[in-house]
Design a binder for this molecule. Structure first.
Ligand SMILES: Nc1ncnc2c1ncn2[C@@H]1O[C@H](COP(=O)(O)OP(=O)(O)O)[C@@H](O)[C@H]1O
Ligand SMILES: [Mg+2]
Length: 249
């Protein structure tokens, strides 16, 4: 059986903050149609790795490829245009704007200038926004100010915003944190359905190990900026070094 094509490849990625190697020589691959987990204790470098991969941060060494193209020095909007979307650990919705407006802006944000964000949106864009909000069960909140949503609803909105440009790969940074158990199940179902029906790939930073175990075939574990382990959720949970990293003294 041939393996599906590589979407994202990070090779020996190194990122320093001053003297601290927040990411220290990490290799990571996400293939087309996969759901991959990225776990590790607090401060192990997960978010920094996301920031490197999505090109928000320049890296100190290593290379990054998306769909076979070298994006090591690409701008964030360029990789967004190529089909790589992301959310943020700290939710980034425009609180004073409505749910629909947030969705519309994120479509145009895909590589467009600030000026074009202010232009009226294309009817097709609005149709897509409404469809996605419907899919995410946020339709009833379409005209609500985003600042009035619950934490979980805002996470869903952020996922919707990341989906607006119809990406092939979505990086989700702690999509379940601050979310109640019912909504966590919904988010899980949405990810699974987007993966099954549209073939979208996901790379998930998660603290919720059950969430990872239910969705992912492969998991990467970071510790002190380095790859500690890589394998199936089952392998990872039985890995002595992983257990030590999480629960060790
Ligand atoms: N902008 C920054 N400036 C300096 N240090 C940072 C910055 N961002 C993260 N760090 C440090 O890098 C390490 C990795 O952080 P982070 O990637 O946020 O970890 P995680 O997402 O796994 O919790 C931590 O020690 C953190 O304090
Ligand atoms: Mg983080």
């Amino acid at each position: 059986m041939s393996q599906s094509a590589e979407l994202l490849r990070g090779e020996k990625i190194v990122k320093y903050f001053g003297g601290l190697a927040a990411v220290n020589g990490v290799d990571i691959v996400v293939r087309s149609g996969e759901i991959v987990g990225l776990i590790g204790p607090n401060g192990s470098g997960k978010t920094t790795l996301f920031n490197c991969l999505s090109r928000l941060l320049p890296i100190d060494s290593g290379r990054i490829f998306f769909k076979g193209r070298d994006i090591t020095r690409a701008r964030p909007y360029q990789v967004a245009r190529m089909g790589l979307s992301r959310t943020f650990q700290v939710i980034r919705v425009y609180r004073k704007m409505t749910v629909l407006e947030n969705m519309l802006i994120s479509r145009q944000w895909r590589g467009e200038t600030l000026l074009s964000m202010l232009k009226p949106s294309h009817p097709e864009t609005e149709r897509r926004a409404r469809e996605l909000l419907d899919f995410l069960k946020l339709s009833h909140l379409i005209n609500e100010q985003a600042g009035n949503l619950s934490g979980g609803q805002r996470r869903l909105l952020e996922i919707g915003m990341a989906l607006m440009p119809d990406p092939d790969l979505v990086l989700l940074d702690e999509a379940t944190s601050g979310v109640n158990p019912t909504l966590i199940e919904e988010i899980k179902d949405h990810i699974r359905e987007l993966n099954r029906t549209q073939g979208k790939a996901f790379l998930l930073i998660e603290h919720n190990i059950n969430f990872i175990a239910d969705l992912c075939e492969r998991v990467y574990v970071l510790n002190y900026g380095q790859l500690l382990a890589h394998g199936t959720p089952h392998d990872i949970m039985e890995n002595e070094a992983v257990i030590e990293a999480y629960f060790g003294a």
